[in-house]
Write a new protein. Structure first.
Length: 399
């Protein structure tokens, strides 16, 4: 398990309270080797992921009275038995609907309102056809959305979770600084991406993904690649004056430390300093003035739009878009067992921000040569935001 058993016992008690509030008799959380945040959160077990396969679902059935049973692939049974759940059903491929029904037998549940991961930013990690067959075998059960309940639990972090997040962010900052210190003019985006991957492993990351995105003005200037952040690193060499944005992530016991930083090949120009200082100011002011306990995500985003206008943006100039136009872009996202999770700081989201919530606050400004951005991770507290990321002190200089 990632934590001591008492951490999971506390989570189970909270889940029982919320099930009572929402009139649910039980919930099922699922996972496989590709994704298992809710399953891992409640069970403490991480499905064996050496093949990144989706053909081996894992399930936890938790009742309002505290009954619990897990369904795991036989390759995972040894690690599953190290956790707090005693009732464990194992199977070999293929997974079938009878494996779902078996869990209900194990906890003595025949009827009731059963919650599943059906809602926003959630997935049922098992074949839908097998789930439908299981439903037919359980005619006295109704099936409801448990996503609101699960997000109520996961959005507020415990001290144990915050310890993992602090460690992951420190490691990520150390790896970024090392990457830019070792980089040299003439290297390509791919070269720097590879440097970063090694630096993150050396810093202690126990899981990928290493660098999530690598973009530079080099590819834009010379007609290769784009300044779109999801196009992947190119082989185009970076020359003096080129800027580069590296967004990286470290995973520690499932918890993400994730933020990006920028560098310039050689001494930055005045224009480059201005662009970078602007995004740093926007993020810093958003943290200090907008994202705070007691306001809704929508109100926080409206306050951020006001900050953007005060800093020289307007609806008809360089624009508030895409932050103020549908589909709305967020200026902050939750962080935990996923690199981007609920809640989102965006228009139309009425989630009330609370102490213990963790956010990655990020704002981007597009210029002809480059998309400039920075990102800071924070946890909301009664005494103000605590910054988890290693703070952005300015552009890194690659010499």
């Amino acid at each position: 398990m990632d934590f001591e058993e008492q951490e999971y016992r506390a989570r189970v008690e909270r889940a029982k309270e919320l099930m009572a509030e929402e009139n649910l008799d039980a919930i099922i959380v699922t996972g496989d080797a590709t994704s298992a945040p809710n399953y891992r959160y409640l069970s403490g077990h991480s499905p064996r992921n050496y093949q990144a396969t989706t053909s081996r679902p894992h399930l936890l059935l938790l009742t309002r009275e505290g009954g619990a049973a897990m369904c795991v692939h036989h390759a995972s049974v040894v690690t599953a038995r190290q956790g707090w759940v005693e009732e464990i059903h194992t199977y070999t491929q293929p997974f079938g609907h009878t494996d779902v029904v078996e869990l209900f037998k194990r906890v003595g549940l025949q009827r009731g309102r059963i919650g599943l991961e059906m809602g926003l930013d959630s997935r049922v990690q098992m074949p839908i056809g097998e789930l439908e067959r299981a439903k037919r075998e359980l005619p006295e059960c109704s099936w409801e959305d448990a996503s609101p309940l699960l997000w109520k639990m996961r959005t507020r972090k415990s001290e144990a979770e915050l310890d993992r997040l602090r460690t992951a962010h420190e490691m990520n900052g150390r790896a970024l600084a090392h990457t830019f210190a070792e980089a040299e003019p003439g290297m390509s985006e791919r070269d720097i991406y590879d440097l970063c991957a090694h630096a993150l492993i050396d810093a202690g990351s126990n899981e990928p993904p290493f660098s999530q995105m690598t973009i530079s003005s080099s590819a834009r200037y010379r007609g290769h690649g784009t300044i779109t952040p999801f196009s992947g690193p190119t082989e185009v060499p970076l020359e003096p004056g080129d800027s580069i944005f590296l967004d990286t992530g470290v995973v520690v016991d499932g918890y993400w430390g994730e933020f990006g930083r920028m560098a310039v090949m050689g001494e930055p120009s005045e224009s480059q300093h201005r662009s970078h200082d602007l995004v740093r100011t926007l993020v810093r002011r958003s943290i200090d003035e907008a994202i705070r306990p007691g306001v809704t995500s929508d109100q926080a985003m409206r306050d951020i739009l006001g900050i953007l206008e005060e800093e020289g943006f307007s609806e008809n100039g360089s624009g508030l878009a895409p932050y103020d136009r549908f589909p709305y872009m967020h200026a902050g996202h939750g962080l935990g067992l996923q690199s981007s999770e609920m809640p989102l700081v965006r228009l139309t989201d009425e989630t009330v921000l609370e102490e213990g919530m963790v956010f990655s606050v990020e704002i981007y400004v597009r210029r002809p040569d480059m998309q400039w951005g920075t990102e800071e991770s924070i946890v909301l507290t009664s005494s103000g935001p605590e910054v988890l990321s290693v703070p952005d002190r300015g552009l890194f200089v690659i010499t």
